[in-house]
Design a protein around this ligand. Structure first.
Ligand SMILES: Nc1ncnc2c1ncn2[C@@H]1O[C@H](COP(=O)(O)OP(=O)(O)O)[C@@H](O)[C@H]1O
Ligand SMILES: [Mg+2]
Length: 362
């Protein structure tokens, strides 16, 4: 079931200060295809929850239209919209067993007992809960409780599943596991899903596409790859993971890309870019830390020179900061340090990158 937001704006006014207006959402246009998993990602207060509540009908937009499955639903109350919300706090009933919790929605619809039992069994099997049917919620782990909440939302076969930071109460390891679980279950049932999080790696794991928001505005909509490797602007580049910005001048652009002359004099031709880039104009080139290659400085003349000013060993990778004398350290990550070796604190290094992993911003 597809969802479409057309020019959605939400302005709140603070009851204590009616003259103060909060533009929670500004003219948002979002289209979610049937069966697609789309995530709203952005810092706290950027309007994610408000947008989700406008879809569910718990909030009315100040302007704009909400379409679900080809129908304009602005006038429909939440219970007529065929959406189901999975919350962060496990809104499961403490006095009911797991089975009763999961079957609750079907009980409400007065489905035959036999059908409810079958449906509950089926869903518990898919969700790996089947031995827990008679347990009470307080006898479950956090991850199991979250799965019960998800099963309870899914059993009604809603057209659209809405998630508002459902994993933020769980510890890191369980969160990683549940992400994959949510994605697997969403794909098993093919339910259109809209997910809210401020955690970029969570968004990357579960989503077909990500909508990056900031201060009520949509900054970019794209696949995880596009958002990370081909960011539309500085905000997206900086918010999603870590990044180096190198200043330069666009010397010449043609079909194959943009020739950029960097402050240090190096010239590289980079195929990927966002925004309108003018020959002779200033540009910012983004390079992710893992795309920078580090060399012991006597080995070669690189793109930049500097000294290792920080080194953090994380096991599979080592994170380095390189002081180039320009103020802001350059970030680099090396993989498989046991085989590829370490760089010492204070050591002189050079760094370079392959143009294919860089992206030019106007
Ligand atoms: N009921 C409300 N009344 C007034 N302001 C609100 C209300 N709900 C949200 N806001 C404001 O709208 C902005 C967006 O909030 P929200 O959608 O909850 O952000 P997010 O979920 O991205 O953290 C924030 O500035 C928040 O304070
Ligand atoms: Mg929120």
């Amino acid at each position: 079931m597809g969802v479409k937001l057309v020019n959605i704006t939400k302005i709140f006014s603070d009851p204590a200060h009616p003259e103060k207006k909060v533009h929670a959402v500004n003219n948002a246009n979002i289209e979610v295809a049937d069966g697609e998993f789309v995530t709203f990602l952005g810092p706290s207060g950027c309007g994610k929850t408000t947008t989700l509540r406008i879809i569910s009908g718990f909030e009315n937009p100040t302007e704009g239209e909400v379409w679900i499955s080809g129908k304009m639903v602005n006038d429909q109350p939440p219970n007529r919209r065929d959406t189901s919300m999975v919350f962060q706090s496990y809104a499961i009933f403490p006095h009911l067993s797991v089975g009763q919790n999961i079957g609750f929605g079907l009980e409400l619809k007065e489905r035959p007992k036999k059908e409810i039992k079958q449906e509950v069994e089926k869903i518990m099997k898919v969700m790996d809960l089947k031995d827990l049917v008679n347990r009470r919620p307080d006898q479950l782990s956090g991850g199991q409780q979250q799965r019960v909440a998800l099963a309870r939302a899914i059993i009604n076969r809603p057209g659209v599943l809405l998630f508002d930071e459902p994993l933020s109460n769980l510890d890191a390891k369980l969160r990683d596991q549940m992400r994959l679980e949510i994605r697997r279950i969403q794909q098993t049932f093919g339910i259109t899903s809209i997910y809210v999080t401020h955690d970029q790696s969570e968004a990357m794991t579960v989503s077909d596409r990500i909508v990056v928001m900031n201060e009520g505005n949509i900054m970019q909509t794209g696949t995880p790859f596009e958002i990370y490797s081909r960011p539309a602007n500085n905000f997206v580049a900086d918010f999603i993971g870590r990044v180096n910005f190198f200043e330069g001048t666009a010397v010449l652009s043609d079909k194959e890309g943009i020739e950029v002359r960097f402050a240090g004099g190096a010239v590289k031709k980079i195929a990927s870019s966002s925004g309108e880039i003018m020959d002779g104009g200033p540009v910012l080139v983004t390079v992710r830390p893992e795309s920078l290659r580090l060399y012991h400085s006597q080995e070669r003349k690189g793109f930049i020179d500097g000294k290792i000013s920080k080194s953090v060993y994380l096991g599979p990778v080592v994170e380095y900061e390189i002081d180039t004398g320009s103020g802001k350290p350059v970030l680099a990550v090396t993989h498989n340090p046991v085989e590829e070796g370490f760089f010492k604190l204070g050591e002189k290094v050079t760094a370079d990158f392959n143009p294919v992993s860089a992206h030019v911003l106007a």
